[in-house]
Write a protein that binds this ligand. Structure first.
Ligand code: CP
Ligand code: NVA
Length: 308
């Protein structure tokens, strides 16, 4: 049977994604109050190992996947690409063929999305995208879990993305149709999402609308979402900070959203750049719930990939 990869939300069926979120929530509730190092009662991955390869820095993805495997009863092996032969020119495909013979699944954080696809193309085990230059699907699953926990019904909800139309924005766009929410994307014209992702969303029937100002994007939104103005791998930091400055999420901006709107940010955050301290540290912010939910969402993603 072909391995079940988790590379992009648009490649997955709505019912599988729904099942992952439901299972994540059930597993989270089932271990309320437990020490974090305690295994889940059923330890469904007790004979499974996950390799994690990092070409870029990570705090949340690294620790949440590691703890996810521990709670599921499995094991992890972690390496940065630069310390592997990959960093000396061994091909992605050969690396994939070799690791497929050691472990049961591989999570990759890659500079180039194409490398994750190439790795998965020859892998005989599931491959999970732990962020690429194009997308960050695990993050969006955690974010949607966070919103549902707050009682928000995703179907018909209005989400607003403000700032750079980057990799995290792309995964929200890919999820719009799958979960039935609409996404307003407010960016400067030069920072709009890639046409490829706009086409994917349009082809699926996802409701994604582009705006040139932050104010117009957040009008009536249930959720306001920001991310760094300078992603890993972006070279032109000074220009980005200056161009994107007017898209900082402030209390005034939050006031344009629905009363009771919530604020999301995948972290790491830069207070005073893409969001003010008042907003990210204020009562509307769910950023640490999101960070925690990386763990719970990924446990369900791992179980789905490994069919356990
Ligand atoms: N949000 C997120 O992916 O964080 P890390 O870069 O710390 O993994
Ligand atoms: N857009 C950011 C997300 C970090 C989790 C980046 O790619 O650096």
């Amino acid at each position: 049977m072909a391995p079940r990869h988790f590379i992009d939300i648009w490649k997955l069926q709505a019912e599988d994604l729904r099942g992952i979120l439901d299972q994540a929530r059930q597993m989270k509730v089932a271990r309320t109050g437990w020490p974090r190092g305690k295994r889940d009662t059923d330890a469904p991955l007790s004979d499974q190992s996950l390799a994690m390869l990092f070409e870029k820095n990570s705090t949340r993805t690294r620790f949440s996947f590691d703890m996810a495997m521990r709670q599921l009863g499995g094991q992890t092996l972690i390496a940065s690409a630069s310390e592997m032969q990959l960093g000396r020119g061994e091909s992605v495909e050969d690396t994939s063929r070799v690791l497929s013979r050691y472990v049961d699944a591989v999570m990759i954080r890659a500079n180039r999305h194409e490398d994750i696809e190439a790795f998965a193309g020859v892998a005989s085990v599931p491959v999970i995208n732990g962020l690429s230059d194009r997308s960050h699907p695990c993050q969006i699953m955690a974010d949607l879990l966070t919103l549902e926990e707050q009682g928000l019904t995703l179907k018909g909800a209005r989400l607003a993305w403000v700032g750079d139309g980057n990799n995290v924005c792309a995964s929200f766009m890919h999820a719009a149709d799958r979960f039935g929410f609409s996404l307003a994307v407010g960016t400067p014209v030069d920072y709009r999402p890639a046409q490829r992702d706009l086409d994917i969303a349009a082809h699926q029937g996802g409701q994604v609308e582009l705006f040139d100002t932050a104010m117009s994007a957040v009008e009536g939104a249930d959720v306001v979402i920001a991310d760094t103005f300078v992603s890993m791998g972006d070279a032109d930091a000074d220009r980005r900070l200056s161009d994107l400055g007017p898209f900082c999420v402030t209390e005034q901006l939050m006031d344009r959203a629905q009363p009771g709107a919530v604020f999301l940010h995948c972290l790491p955050a830069h207070r005073g750049e893409e969001v003010t301290a008042e907003v990210i540290d204020g009562p509307q912010s769910l950023v640490f719930e999101e960070a925690e939910n990386r763990l719970h969402a990924q446990k369900a993603i791992l179980r789905w990939c490994l069919n356990r």
